[in-house]
Structure formats: C-alpha cells, structure tokens
Write a protein that binds this ligand. Structure first.
Ligand code: BES
Ligand code: MN
Ligand code: ZN
Length: 502
C-alpha cells in the first residue's frame, strides 16, 4: 500500500474513491460541504431524510454521485461534532479505508486528515491516520493456501490543508515507520509456535541487522547463558527441545557515550505452563506469549527506519515453556544471574524467571532507563481488561512519560501500585524468594519479583497480557505496545533537542 499526502478541494480531486466526514445532526466537514455543493445538496438532503446516522465509524458508499470527481464517495460518520476527539478520529479513518477497500476502489483520497481535532496538530493527525489505516487493512494470510485476492486498494492519499504540509509529511513518515513496526510485531505474534521459535526470533533480529547499518545483533546460546550464570532463564528452557536464545539488538543512533534506553521483551514462544501445566481451553493463545519480544523487534525496526537520534538496546530472552522429563519441577531452587536464589513453586510463572536474568543482563549497557514488556499475568486482564496495559515501576518521571506517550499514541497504559508491603507475598522458606505470590494482586506481585532485579536503574514494567492480542472472533495480535514505545522514544528525542538548545 502506498500512502501519500496532497492538498486540494474535495469537489475537484479526481480519484476512484473520495472519503469525507459528516457529523451527527447533519453537520458536514469542509470536504463534505464541497461535495454537497457540487452535487446540488444531495448529501445534506440525504442526511435530512435520516438516511445516515453519522455515528463514529459508520459508513455509507454513494455510487455515481452527480458532479462528484470520483465514482465512489464514502460518507464516514464522525459522531457528534463536539465529541470528535482522538478515538472517534481513529475509528473514522479505520472505517474509511475499510469502506474504500470493500467498495473495490484501487485508490482513495481521504479528507478526514484535514479535520480539526482539539489539542492535536497535523503531524499527529497524519501519524495516527497512517497507524489506524494500516491497522484496519492488516490481514494475516501467510499460512492460508487461498489468499484474499479481491481487487486491491493500492494507494491512499491523505488530504491536508496546504499550510500544514510540512508537519503532515513528518507525521506520515513517523506513522508509516511505526506501522511497519506494528506489522512486524503482529506477524510474529500471529505465527504459530511451530514456526515462530526462539531461533526464528533470532533470525528475525539478524534480518533487521542486515537491513539497518546502525543495528547490531548478538545471540547468546544456552552454553553462553550457563557460563554467565543465568540459572533462572535456563530453568525455564530445560523442558524444551527447541533451543533457547538471548537476543540483543543495539541501535546506536545517538551520541557515542549516550546512555541507551533498554527494552526487555518476554519471548516465550509457547507457554504450556510447564509441569504446572495449563488447562486445555484457549491454550493456543499462549503462542502470543512472545508478544513482548515482538514489540521490542518492532520498536527497534521503527527506531532504525526513522533514524532516531538516540541509543536503544533490545534484550529478548526467548524460550518455550514445556513439560518434559528434564523440565524444572515445583519446589526446585535455582540461582539467578544476580546471585539471588528462587524457589520455583509454579512453573507457569515462567515469564518473571526469564525476565529477571535479562534485566540483570541489561546492567551491562549502563542504561538511562529500562522498560520491560511482557504478557506476564492473567491477573492483569482481570484488573484492567483489554484497554490499557498495566504500568508499574520504580521511577515516577519515567512512568509519567510513558503514560503521556500512551495518551498521545492511543496505546494507553494505567498504573498499579508497586509497594514494599506486597513483597511479603514472595517469601520462601527455602530460598531468597518464591516465584509466585498467591492469589491476591497477581500483577503487582509479579512486578515485585522483577523489582528485586532492577535496583541499579530506573525501570518500568508493562504487563501487556490484555493488550498484546485480541481473543474470540477477532483473534489476532494487536502489535501493541509498539505505538506507545515509539511515541515515548520520539518524545525523548524532542526533549533532547530542546535541552541541547538551552
Ligand atoms: N503467559 C502467562 C500470562 C497470561 C495469561 C498471559 C493469560 C495472557 C493471558 C504467564 O506465564 C502465566 O502463566 N502467569 C500465571 C502466573 C501465576 C502462575 C502466578 C497466571 O497469570 O496465571
Ligand atoms: Mn506461564
Ligand atoms: Zn507466560
């Protein structure tokens, strides 16, 4: 799909499909007004008759509208004018491209991008439009023998006021790079675990290294991890035939001595639970247990594509969690890379075991901040549902920056308390700590466990169990939190720029 920007009047731009916004109550966007004038009031008459509700995300395809410059004109509902905000805008853009594709158009001009959204500029409008459009058009049919080869929408043009062209261009560039990162994360998530193994993730990382000169990849094997003393990560890997990998991606786009942002992504390519085996229902969804890893790969790809002027390191502990005659057993005690010992009371709490060693490993990069991303607890889905990712950590400014990047990108997070009091739940009679904290506050005790390995740096933890993928009829990876992480990094670059001017 090709995405471009242009600036023109809706009633004059020739194309296969023109998409204009209308509001509830019969109000028209500027572009819809233009079409309405050209068609001698056809659209306003239609709305007056009550033929279209204009609720956010509803569409109506008009064929052969008299005097229109396009054989197809799509009306997109934007809801009530004073409620037209971020979420309604994204919904409208997603509906617009879907309607254009379903209508059979090969190209479409979308006029929603020129609409005013309170508090947002054209750069934001375009960034979000690129993301919403790509998200809506995404399909995963790599593994279907019959591809969907209906007539293809091949080109989308976003229309924008001419004075805003420069900022819109920047927004589109960002949006497309992030969308590519999201697509990578989605594809990796959707691939089944017999394809997307730890070795496959390592090969993907090496593929990115080939693509981008400033990206360096190293992969540690089990014997390397043994030498280092990663007893917690290796305990999880024991039950699997598939070899575990510790993948590191170093993107050096900033100053040589600039401390990096380190992103640590949980890469359990399939989580059976191990000896503490999970029940059968929906176990297939545990192929998504490497979504944190996928988001790290997607974010690093976006950083490299955008040539962001900062240093970012990705660390991905990758393994399966399998039962087997060599698997770790409940009650086993292991020594982590940090030297702290762990009694593994439940082998299904494996994410924290691989993350704790990866977090300790991150110290060697002298990080500015460390952010880990993990489908860590079912409890997070119970607490927050599927809208925000859970946010915990040991640094308030970092948490605030992530929360605001979440609002800006629409890929939101919500804080949970990380308090010392919860640490008691991790007490073990036989080791420094247990790997589970009981029934109460499961997301918080999981974060408390990680907290014990993050004392040497500023750190945030994102529990994406509810947000990384959708279940049910729309089962599939969301590519989250790639939009959040890239927005956070883009904002860091902007801050850096302001600081250097002072
Ligand atoms: N990968 C799961 C968490 C998960 C569950 C993600 C459901 C998405 C949907 C994780 O490894 C796990 O099994 N966590 C356990 C922890 C428990 C044993 C303390 C859980 O959440 O039940
Ligand atoms: Mn598990
Ligand atoms: Zn897991």
């Amino acid at each position: 799909m090709k995405f471009t920007i242009q600036s023109g009047a809706a009633e004059k731009q020739r194309c296969e499909c023109a998409v204009v916004g209308v509001f509830e109550g019969g109000q028209l966007s500027a572009a819809a007004q233009g079409m309405d004038r050209a068609s001698k009031g056809f659209i306003s008459a239609l709305l007056k008759r009550g033929d279209f509700s204009a609720k956010a995300g509803e569409t109506l395809l008009l064929h052969a509208l008299a005097q229109a410059p396009a054989p197809r004109v799509v009306l997109v509902g934007c809801g009530k004018r004073d409620e037209f905000k971020d979420a309604q805008y994204r919904k409208a853009v997603a509906a617009a491209v879907k309607a254009a594709r379903a209508g059979g158009a090969k190209d479409a001009v979308i006029y929603l991008t020129e609409m005013e959204i309170t508090g947002r500029d054209s750069r934001w409008n375009l960034r979000q439009a690129a993301l919403a459009a790509n998200d809506a058009l995404y399909r995963f049919d790599q593994l279907k023998s019959e591809k969907n080869n209906a007539r293809k929408l091949a080109k989308v043009v976003f229309n924008i006021a001419s004075r805003a062209l420069k900022s819109a261009q920047q927004g589109l560039r960002e949006g497309l790079a992030v969308a590519d990162g999201v697509k990578l994360a989605k594809d990796l998530g959707n691939l089944p675990s017999n394809v997307c193994t730890p070795s496959y993730l390592a090969a993907q990382a090496r593929g990115l290294q080939k693509q981008y000169a400033k990206l360096k990849v190293t992969v540690l094997e089990a014997r390397d991890m043994e030498r280092l003393g990663m007893g917690a990560l290796l305990a999880v890997a024991r039950g699997a035939r598939e070899p575990a990998k510790l993948i590191t991606l170093e993107y050096r786009g900033g100053a040589k001595a600039g401390k990096p942002v380190v992103l640590v992504g949980k890469g359990v390519t399939f989580d059976t639970g191990g000896i503490s085996i999970k029940s059968a229902a929906n176990m297939d969804e545990m192929k998504y247990d490497m979504s944190g890893a996928g988001s790290v790969l997607g974010t690093l790809a976006a950083c490299a594509a955008l040539k962001l002027p900062l240093n970012v390191v990705g660390v991905i502990p990758a393994t399966e969690n399998m039962p087997g005659s060599n698997a770790v057993k409940p009650g086993d005690i292991v020594t982590s890379l940090s030297g702290q010992t762990i009694e593994i009371l439940n082998t299904d709490a494996e994410g924290r075991l691989i993350l704790c060693d990866a977090l300790t490993y991150s110290e060697r990069f002298k990080p500015e901040v460390v952010i880990d991303i993990a489908t860590l607890t079912g409890a997070c889905v119970v607490a927050l549902g599927k809208h925000p990712s859970g946010l915990l950590g040991n640094d308030q400014p970092l948490a605030a920056a992530l929360q605001s990047a979440g609002e800006e990108s629409g890929d939101r997070v919500w804080p949970l308390p990380l308090w010392d009091e919860y640490q008691e739940q991790l007490k073990s009679n036989f080791a420094d700590m247990s790997n589970v904290g009981g029934r109460e506050a499961g997301t918080i005790t999981a974060a408390c466990f990680l907290w014990r390995f993050t004392k040497k740096f500023r750190w945030a933890h994102l529990d994406v169990a509810g947000t990384a993928y959708q279940t049910g009829n729309n089962k599939g990876s969301t590519g989250r939190p790639v939009p959040l992480l890239t927005q956070y990094l883009i904002n860091r670059c902007a801050k850096q720029k302001v600081a250097s001017r002072k």
